[in-house]
Design a protein around this ligand. Structure first.
Ligand SMILES: *[C@@H]1O[C@H](CO)[C@@H](O)[C@H](O)[C@H]1NC(C)=O
Ligand SMILES: *[C@@H]1O[C@H](CO)[C@@H](O)[C@H](O)[C@H]1NC(C)=O
Length: 321
């Protein structure tokens, strides 16, 4: 009897753990437009990953849109600006255009320069990886705030500064009225290997920050400023949802970014990781496969109890809404 009880406990542990990882591996994205103008977000899934239900839409000033991404989703969000439809019905944008000629990007990526928010949900070690990137230039301030996740650097990232105003003339992109609408990366502006980290400069050792990438970095320390800026620009969370804000208000966002920076260099580096416990459960899962056939009888006998327990466990789990 003792053995049967252990057996069912092991099964239950394994099943519950499985369900927890299933629930946590998807994520909800909430996109907010705090700009004083309309932004047309674009979404591109990574190669081989199915598109989200929408790949492009209009977000009026003050508007919010929420969408669920399935487990293991990876891709990028950006904002298109100064968009319009011409007399022939072709949709295009002055910045971040995705070339589809329509509101939906349908597999088209952002034409640089554009600020990007990049995600890989449920990547290495079950962690979500995310960053805000200026590698392809800048067009809008963006902030990514993880909600309800955990991890050593599960913190706010983004670029809250108006880099259009601060953009040096050789990188500047202007609209029809001469207003500054975007700021190119040095790679985009000059096409040189040393700025693009390509050719002879195609490794982290050979491609160093340039005065241009350093300008982006000092304005937005948490964002990617050049291709090999990973260490200071990639963040990770487990089980988080994400709030993506265009034009976060300067005071609130500056507070958020310094909040985000603080703990990383401090005590959060300690190894109180949840992996100790999850590896315990995984050992349990291994026991299952090695368990004697009496476990099968336990499953039959206690199927109802297990199902009830699983349902209860699911209801108790934090829901991603
Ligand atoms: C966040 O943690 C990952 C490892 O999980 C590390 O590679 C990365 O450099 C860290 N990012 C920051 C900004 O500290
Ligand atoms: C892991 O288990 C220990 C006891 O073994 C407990 O004190 C700790 O809070 C657990 N950590 C998590 C993240 O569940």
């Amino acid at each position: 009897m003792e053995r049967l009880r252990l057996c069912s406990r092991v099964l239950l542990l394994a099943l519950t753990n499985f369900l927890i990882s299933e629930v946590h591996s998807s994520a909800t994205f909430t996109i907010v437009n705090k700009c004083e103008f309309t932004v047309w977000p674009g979404i591109l899934s990574n190669a081989g990953i199915a598109p989200l239900p929408t790949t492009g839409f209009a977000l009026q000033k003050g508007e919010t849109k929420t969408m669920a991404a399935p487990s293991s989703w990876g891709g990028r969000f950006w904002g298109r600006t100064h968009c319009s439809e011409d007399s022939a019905g072709k949709f295009s944008c002055v910045t971040g255009d995705c070339g589809s000629g329509k509101l939906e990007c349908s597999g088209g990526g952002a034409s640089p320069p554009a600020t990007l928010a990049e995600f890989k949900i449920d990547g290495d070690g079950g962690k979500d990886f995310y960053d805000v990137s200026l590698v392809d230039g800048y067009n809008l301030p963006m902030l990514v705030v993880p909600q309800g996740g955990s991890g050593d650097n599960c913190t706010t990232t983004g670029c809250v500064v108006d880099m259009n105003g601060a953009c040096p003339s050789e990188l500047r992109v202007t609209g029809v009225g001469g207003e500054r609408v975007a700021c190119k990366s040095a790679c985009e502006a000059f096409g040189k290997e040393q700025f693009c980290c390509s050719g002879a400069y195609g490794t982290p050792d050979s491609c160093k920050p340039s005065t241009y990438s350093q300008m982006f970095k000092s304005a937005c320390p948490l964002a990617y400023s050049y291709a090999y800026d990973d260490k200071s620009s990639t963040f990770t969370c487990t089980g988080a949802d994400y709030l993506i804000t265009f034009c976060p208000s300067p005071s609130a966002s500056q507070k958020s970014s310094s909040d985000g920076q603080g703990p990383e260099s401090g005590s959060d580096e300690s190894n109180t990781s949840p992996f100790d416990n999850s590896s315990m459960v995984y050992e349990g899962a291994l026991e299952v496969s090695a368990a004697p056939s009496t476990c099968i009888d336990v499953v039959r006998g206690q199927a109802v109890a297990v199902a009830v327990a699983i349902t209860a466990a699911m209801w108790r789990l934090p829901q991603p809404f």
